[in-house]
Design a protein around this ligand. Structure first.
Ligand code: HEC
Length: 110
């Protein structure tokens, strides 16, 4: 019985580690941005990509975008606008909030 227990504990620990790293990756806004947004908005938010230029995505670091409220940016990401796809069905509200915080950080990295 004791031996079985010694085998089960490490297995459970490994299991937990794997699970927590998976969920962390999913809600990491930098990774989410890279996989879902950078295609159009560019890794730096400049919109300097082929689809970004074709769809006239604004520079996310510009005053024009940054002066909008968190609620406005959240709404664009969730419901979409013009050529910007709606992500409300794919990205959890919590993660959308994190993406807005991430967008607020972009001008500081310029
Ligand atoms: C298919 C290309 C595309 C993808 C993918 C995309 N966007 Fe956009 N996004 C746009 C375009 C184009 C606009 C401008 C929409 C308009 O106002 O006409 C925009 C607008 C925005 C705005 C509002 C800024 C403004 O123009 O005032 C935010 C914020 C934004 N996107 C965030 C994101 C985030 C976060 C993601 C990833 C979850 C994302 N976008 C993915 C194309 C894209």
């Amino acid at each position: 019985m004791r031996e079985l227990f010694l085998h089960l504990v490490p297995a459970a620990v490994v299991c937990c580690l794997v699970l927590s790293s998976v969920t962390q990756a999913e809600s990491d806004p930098a990774k989410l941005y890279q996989t879902s947004c950078a295609l159009c908005h560019g890794a730096d938010g400049s919109g300097d990509t082929a689809p970004g230029k074709a769809f006239h995505a604004k520079d996310l670091r510009s005053d024009e975008v940054q002066k909008q409220t968190d609620a406005q940016l959240t709404e664009v990401i969730t419901k979409g606008r013009g050529k910007m796809p709606a992500f409300g069905a794919k990205i959890k509200p919590d993660d959308v909030t994190k993406l807005v915080v991430f967008i607020r950080e972009l001008p500081k990295k310029k």
